[in-house]
Ligand binder design. Structure first.
Ligand code: AMP
Length: 464
């Protein structure tokens, strides 16, 4: 889970990129960076930390240029080391290339070890770097565009890229479109962002989604679309709707708040709580679902839990011990709302179970008579291989325990999850625009497997 922003054809490209990144801060807090092109050279600024801190001392007039790309990092593989903060910049005699990536290249290790045995030296431990090496390998007499297409043909995984050279910007999405990526306009300029909330902040208008297996080449000549692989039905990550994205973003033309609210409505239909007094949610990601649940049951929605906004997402802490501490600092109960009441507590998901256990305890300590946990997504029983930070079955509470066991572990009076069908109904509002989501973490049906036989097929089937 990372955030990306790109802009082409605007005199204030760097400043706009800063605001675009800031709007997507929720997608990662481990590092941020941007690269600006003035047509002749690329200039990079990046660091570990939050967008505000990273760009605090940047004087934007020094970052003059008509094009820029930016990245926000959520470290899943390391503790957030500087060299892995993106964009990554590679210099060669032919010019410079900056790469921003959101996703996970599943065969990166394999590619890397074969390139290393051929003499390549890697600067980072990021899977993103393999793209640069593959581009270089394929960039004999070819154009950058052809080199990127050839390089993408070697990748297996879920990926979204924004690539900047001195004179062009390239935007690419994997053949299943697992990660979000949209195109917008800001006057005559083109903008690209992981989430449309970034368009709203900078005053851009949404143009369209990048299609699965599509690459855009953006230059002074305008936008050119190339299909670099067979286009599979879109499988946008369901967790984007459940948790990651901001409620004011539209993903694949479906508004995130509305999808979450529908999840809450479906959840209330499937798992009502008899004799409950009040419905509450965990700020911010489960509020929309809690509103939907309350509306459907005819119960009052109240703020039973308060969030301290100045604590980073608990998940980003590296160890379990720190994660527990993080939850304590972040959330407090509202006694007046829950005391003596039978409370329905809605959360958007349970991964390890740390957050929900802590919240149940907080509500009980504040005097709640009963706490019934309702989760507005299905049981996460399967690891994600596509870039979401839940990569082993061992850490997933639902992969190891039944609902009844989870109820006891988290000390709740009951716990129920939204069904897979209910989740899909809530998200896939219109089949013609949204052919489906990747729900592999719930179902175990993975749309991409690493030694995918279709890879060869993609290459042969390439249509420009
Ligand atoms: P846990 O304590 O591990 O069960 O964390 C679950 C909570 O973290 C949920 O309430 C979500 O709001 C949030 N969450 C869910 N999935 C993720 C993820 N992959 N990365 C970060 N936070 C997550």
């Amino acid at each position: 889970m990372n955030g990306m922003f790109g802009i082409w054809g605007h005199p204030k490209a760097a400043e706009i990129t800063y605001y675009g990144l800031h709007a997507m801060q929720h997608r990662g807090q481990d590092g941020a960076g941007m690269v600006v092109s003035n047509g002749e050279r690329l200039k990079l600024h990046k660091d570990v930390g939050l967008v505000n801190d990273v760009f605090k001392r940047v004087n934007f007039p020094d970052f003059e240029g008509h094009a820029a790309i930016g990245h926000i990092r959520n470290a899943t593989q390391d503790d957030g080391v500087f060299e892995n903060v993106q964009p990554l910049v590679f210099r060669s005699l032919k010019g410079s290339t900056a790469i921003a990536h959101n996703g996970k290249i599943m065969n990166a290790e394999k590619i890397r070890s074969s390139l290393e045995s051929g003499g390549s030296i890697f600067q980072t431990t990021s899977d993103t770097e393999v793209l640069a090496h593959l581009m270089k390998k394929n960039n004999g007499d070819t154009t950058t565009e052809e080199a990127i297409i050839a390089a993408l043909g070697e990748l297996v995984g879920a990926y979204a890229f924004i690539i900047l050279t001195e004179d062009k910007m390239f935007v690419a999405l994997d053949p299943h479109g697992i990660r979000p990526l949209s195109l917008g306009r800001l006057g005559d300029a083109y903008v690209v962002a992981s989430e449309t909330c970034a368009f709203n902040i900078v005053g851009a208008t949404f143009e369209r989604e990048i299609l699965p297996g599509e690459m855009l080449t953006i230059s002074d000549e305008g936008v050119k679309s190339t299909r670099f692989s067979l286009r599979e039905p879109r499988k946008l990550c369901a967790m984007e709707y459940v948790y990651f994205s901001r409620p004011d973003s539209d993903l694949n033309l479906v508004n995130v708040h509305s999808a979450r609210k529908r999840m809450g409505i479906e959840l209330a239909k499937e798992h009502p709580v008899p004799n409950a007094d009040v419905v509450t949610g965990v700020p911010d990601s489960s509020i929309s679902a809690a509103i939907g649940y309350a509306e459907q049951c005819g119960l009052p929605y109240e703020m039973g839990v308060l969030k301290n906004r100045y604590i980073n997402r608990t998940f980003i802490q590296p160890s379990q011990e720190l994660r527990e501490q993080g939850v304590k600092m972040k959330l407090s109960p509202v006694k007046g709302v829950v005391e003596g009441k039978s409370v329905v507590m809605i959360d958007d998901s349970i991964v390890r179970g740390t957050t929900v256990r802590r919240i149940v305890r907080l509500l009980k300590e504040a005097g709640a008579k009963e706490v019934h946990v309702r989760i507005s997504s299905p049981r996460i029983e399967n690891p994600c291989y596509y870039g979401i930070d839940m990569s082993t079955r061992k850490e997933l509470i639902a992969a190891n325990y039944s609902n009844d066991e989870i109820k006891n572990i988290i000390e709740a009076d009951s716990v129920e999850f939204l069904s897979i069908e209910g989740t899909e109904r809530a998200i896939v509002k219109d089949k013609t625009i949204n052919q489906g989501v990747c729900a592999a973490c719930f179902t175990g049906n993975y749309p991409i497997i690493e030694n995918d036989h279709r890879k060869e097929f993609y290459r042969k089937y390439r249509v420009d």
